[in-house]
Design a protein around this ligand. Structure first.
Ligand code: PBG
Ligand code: ZN
Length: 323
């Protein structure tokens, strides 16, 4: 019987590189940014996840663009909230102003915008409430207004994340009617009701004031339902779909990659980011190594696009590896 030696192909780095199956590339990353109206740049207590004032935004982004990042997902952190989340669709809203500033003074980059209400409503839910329930039609009409206002400001892709039934088709129709046929939709199709969102909610002040999001976000026990959500969104007009969070949902990513033909994105969410950061801190483990492993696994599972708070460091790491 011949002895099988598989480690022969692991003997040195150039050989390992030759047979490697997965590679991260800077152009597949999206960096989420938080924009506020005034004040100074604020770093989160875990490092990264900065909140940037409008006045400092162009300078903040130009550094990342110079280092090779090309895609940004904008979250607005408004200074006032109300029951309709009216700041979210105002032409002078923080996101709309941010997009205009970027498009006016920076080289071409992909601007994606989060289309949701939770940062903008006084109750912190992702839709318009009637009593304690989300009112579907009112929510859809407001989400459509938000998307159109982002497109008017110059957004390239809108990313509805409210998990409201019919949001993709409502937004697609509104964009088309407004003359924005070329603005794309990246749907947060398989967005699970997760416990990994709390750092984000702290940074964006978007925690629900009562209850939780389990009546609209997906139940984490379900995979077939994620397939259903994604197919539904594509039928409604989504150009790409997303799985969120990423690491505990690699099976969902892998399944969707097998079935779908459109680009598939995965969101390494704030809780995943903090978990890995804190792990590195408390065990003195190489941070880049840990993140590159996790992000490569997300890509290996089938994600074409990765949204990550670590994106700037990835771009740096990949660059240094090349030189
Ligand atoms: C809600 C929204 C959430 C995140 C972004 N938009 C989740 C939530 O509050 O339920 C979380 C992203 C992250 O944790 O990084 N529209
Ligand atoms: Zn929301």
């Amino acid at each position: 019987m011949k002895k099988t030696i598989t480690s022969r192909l692991r003997r040195n780095k150039i050989l390992r590189d030759l047979v490697s199956e997965t590679a991260l590339a800077p152009h597949n990353f999206i960096y989420p940014i938080f924009v506020k109206e005034t004040g100074d740049i604020e770093r989160s207590r875990w490092g990264g996840m900065e909140k940037v004032p409008l006045s400092g935004l162009v300078e903040y982004l130009s550094g990342y663009i110079a280092s090779g990042l090309r895609s940004f997902l904008i979250f607005g952190v408004p200074s006032s909230k109300d029951s309709l989340g009216s700041h979210a669709y105002s032409g002078d809203g923080v996101v709309q102003r941010a997009i205009r500033a970027i498009k006016a003074s920076l080289p071409p980059v992909n601007i994606l915008t989060d289309v949701c209400l939770c940062q903008y409503t006084d109750h912190g839910h992702c839709g318009i409430l009637e009593g304690s329930r989300i009112h579907r039609n009112k929510t859809l009409s407001i989400l459509s207004r938000i998307a159109v206002s982002h497109a008017e400001a110059g957004a390239d892709i809108v990313a509805p994340s409210a998990m409201a039934d019919g949001q993709v088709s409502a937004i697609r129709s509104a964009l088309d009617e407004g003359g924005f046929e070329d603005v794309g939709i990246m749907s947060y199709s398989a967005k699970f009701r997760s416990f990994l969102y709390s750092p984000f909610r702290e940074v964006a002040s978007s925690a629900p004031a009562f209850g939780d999001r389990s009546s609209y976000q997906m139940d984490f026990r379900n995979r077939r339902e994620a397939v259903k959500e994604a197919l539904q969104d594509i039928q409604e007009g989504a150009d790409m779909v997303m799985v969120k969070p990423a690491m505990p949902y690699l099976d969902v990513i892998s399944e969707l990659r097998r079935i779908l033909t459109c680009p598939l994105a995965a969101y390494q969410v704030s809780g995943e980011y903090v978990m890995l950061k804190e792990y590195c801190k408390s065990t003195d483990t190489d941070e880049r190594g840990v993140f590159l492993e996790a992000l490569t696994a997300i890509k290996r599972a089938g994600a074409d696009i990765i949204i990550s708070y670590y994106a700037p460091e990835v771009v740096k790491a990949l660059r240094e590896e090349q030189s």
